[in-house]
Design a protein around this ligand. Structure first.
Ligand code: AGP
Length: 607
């Protein structure tokens, strides 16, 4: 996903822009560029590759000299990664822009502009917006922005410079997030908070169809009609340290180790007198009790957290739960409606498919509950009810602590719902809630043994493909373990319901094929063991993640990692940690870019 920054102040703009962009690298990108007001007008420096390539280019060709400008990291959607396709883009003589999002009708607009004699140099949809702004620009930036946005369909956050308004940055957004930072006599625009934390923690959230103006006098906001808007100044609860690695080799390892604290920050404020209490999120037992069905809709790891939620809620609250991939849900004419609850789980709160699924469900009459980590994000702001997870900034593309706090919220919801529906009594609810509060300490114990897992991971490195198998909650965990391994080690793997293997997939087993078996559910243990024996008999090398009381024979497990045993229901909180670490160490040992794996972005705000 692209990153936008902008700066108005007294410092060397080029240096500030590149530094701010470096804090957005986690979003994934393949080119970068800046545009600066200089005494010779707006100067652009941009290049394919990393920020280091851009800095090298400026060192060789000259760094634009000025105190006001915009910057961009591009994650290619329209047009390959190249110098000419990188941002910023010019429109005619007056307009220079950076853009995050997708202009859905850019082809039609491009044809119209070409018919009016406009010449294009890039393949991007962004250049179309730049030319459109220039077409409508007659000296009033706000009027030009308002007019151009009427023609545009799609998502965008834009940073805009008008050549005859030196020292001013204009910004506008629809869907794609954008904030306006306010420091000591300096102002910023940015796609996300980490970009500005070094300079200020104070920012405004730009809302849909709002226009911001930043200049030497400060910041101001208006709507598309030019009416002034007053906004609330927010303060980020992150500090720079939190967004840095704090001594860990990778953000992912840091974030895996932050899980105990993240759980405490997320869960403890929602427990009152030993029982779940979500009233500050707009949720009461009464509001939960009457839902006919519950849908949990999300993408990737967040969807896997939803799978845990399904097992937990159905088992103890006895309410039907439908888990769906957001990109499937939104196009299958879902049967959701009045009286149903849809839970949208999202770390970034900006995932396009999850946001669209929530809007569809709302239109169909369902009540929407968002479980989101990023404060003030689109999904967070549009949901009827909202539970913030407090994992803090998750920088690594591979989600770990966000998953952990997402499932911890699933437990809180499940316990409160089960109590509200009378399916468990208060004593049982207290017992389960207390166990949830014990998980951070158990996770800390597991993390102390991470070297054991590093050793296990060595045996996976040369695998062409491997299976993760499990039953019930262990199957949900297998799904998450498999995704983690794939996305950062690039080793192909597949999660499979252990009981389903004999219906075809077991034919894949070759001699020496690694199979990671998750066996934490005592109620299903015997069945899972027989499935492990099936694959072992066919030559698989088995890696077992199980409870500490189980001592598997050599004909079951070639390698075994035992985790402390608590109630079956809460074992995912513990058993996911070795699965995260297996993926992490496999990626490191294969020399991959663990935090920024190829082809991936931290938040997928495009379809
Ligand atoms: C997980 O490791 C991935 N980063 C990805 O599957 C992610 O969980 C998914 O894109 C959903 O993102 P969200 O939680 O920000 O909506």
């Amino acid at each position: 996903m692209c990153g936008i920054v902008g700066y108005v102040g007294k410092k060397c703009c080029a240096d500030v822009l590149v530094d701010a962009l470096s804090k957005l690298e986690y979003r994934g990108y393949d080119s970068a560029g800046i545009a600066v007001f200089t005494e010779n007008g707006i100067e652009i420096a941009k290049s394919k590759g990393r920020l280091a390539d851009l800095s090298e280019k400026m060192k060789n060709e000259g760094k634009p000299d000025g105190n006001v400008g915009i910057g961009h990291t591009r994650w290619a959607t329209h047009g390959e990664p190249s110098d000419v396709n990188s941002h910023p883009h010019r429109g005619g003589e007056k307009v220079t822009i950076v853009h995050n999002g997708i202009i859905e009708n850019y082809k039609k607009l491009k044809e119209m502009l070409i018919a009016k004699g406009r010449v294009f140099v890039s393949e991007t949809d962004t250049e179309v917006v730049a030319q459109l702004l220039d077409l409508y620009y007659e000296g009033d930036p706000v009027a030009a922005i308002a007019r151009a946005m009427q023609d545009v369909t799609g998502s965008f956050a834009l940073g805009i410079l008008f050549a005859d308004h030196p020292g001013k940055i204009y910004a506008v957004r629809r869907e794609s997030p954008l904030i306006v930072g306010v420091g000591e006599d300096e102002r910023f625009i940015a796609s996300d908070v980490p970009a500005i934390l070094k300079y200020t923690a104070k920012y405004y959230l730009l809302e849909h169809e709002e226009i911001a103006l930043l200049d030497e006098n400060g910041v101001s906001f208006c709507d598309m009609q030019g009416n002034t808007i007053t906004k609330e100044l927010l303060t980020a609860d992150w500090d720079m340290d939190a967004a840095e690695k704090q001594g860990y080799e990778h953000f992912m390892l840091k974030e895996i180790h932050e899980q105990p604290e993240s759980i405490k920050r997320t869960v403890m404020p929602r427990i009152e007198n030993g029982l779940p209490d979500l009233h500050e999120c707009g949720i009461t037992p009464e509001s939960l009790r009457n839902f006919r069905s519950i849908y949990i809709v999300a993408c990737g790891t967040a969807m896997h957290a939803g799978m845990v939620g399904k097992y937990v809620i159905e088992k103890i609250a006895r309410v039907p739960v439908i888990v769906d991939i957001a990109s499937e849900f939104r196009y299958r004419e879902p049967l959701i409606g009045e009286g149903d609850l849809i839970i949208i789980i999202s770390q970034s709160g900006e995932t396009a498919d999850s946001l669209a699924a929530m809007r569809l469900a709302k239109k169909l009459g369902a009540t929407t509950l968002a479980v989101v980590n990023a404060k003030g994000s689109s999904i967070a702001r549009e949901a009827d009810m909202l539970i913030y997870t407090h994992a803090g900034p998750e920088i690594a593309v591979a989600s770990t602590k966000a998953y952990m706090v997402q499932i911890s919220v699933m437990y809180l919801l499940g316990f409160e719902l089960a109590l509200a529906k009378g399916k468990i009594d208060e004593a049982e609810c207290r017992r389960l809630t207390a166990l949830l509060l014990e998980t951070p300490d158990y996770i800390a114990q597991i993390l102390e043994r991470k070297d054991e897992i590093e050793a296990m991971a060595k045996h996976l490195l040369d695998a062409q493909s491997l299976l993760y198998i499990g039953r019930g909650l262990d199957y949900a965990l297998s799904m998450e373990g498999s995704l983690k391994l794939k996305e950062i080690s690039y080793i192909h793997s597949e999660a499979y319901a252990a009981g389903e293997l004999k219906h075809g997939t077991i034919s894949l087993i070759y001699k020496g094929m690694p199979v990671i078996a998750v066996d934490t559910q005592k109620a299903l243990h015997e069945k899972t063991v027989s499935n492990i024996k099936e694959v072992k008999a066919r030559g698989a090398v088995t890696f077992l993640v199980c409870g500490e009381s189980y001592q598997p024979d050599a004909d079951i497990a070639d390698y075994c990692f035992r985790v402390p045993e608590i109630d079956d229901l809460l074992m995912p909180m513990l058993a996911v940690v070795p699965l995260q670490l297996i993926a992490y160490h496999a990626s490191v040992q294969r020399g991959n870019d663990v935090d920024k794996p190829r082809n991936l972005a931290k938040s997928v705000t495009v379809e």
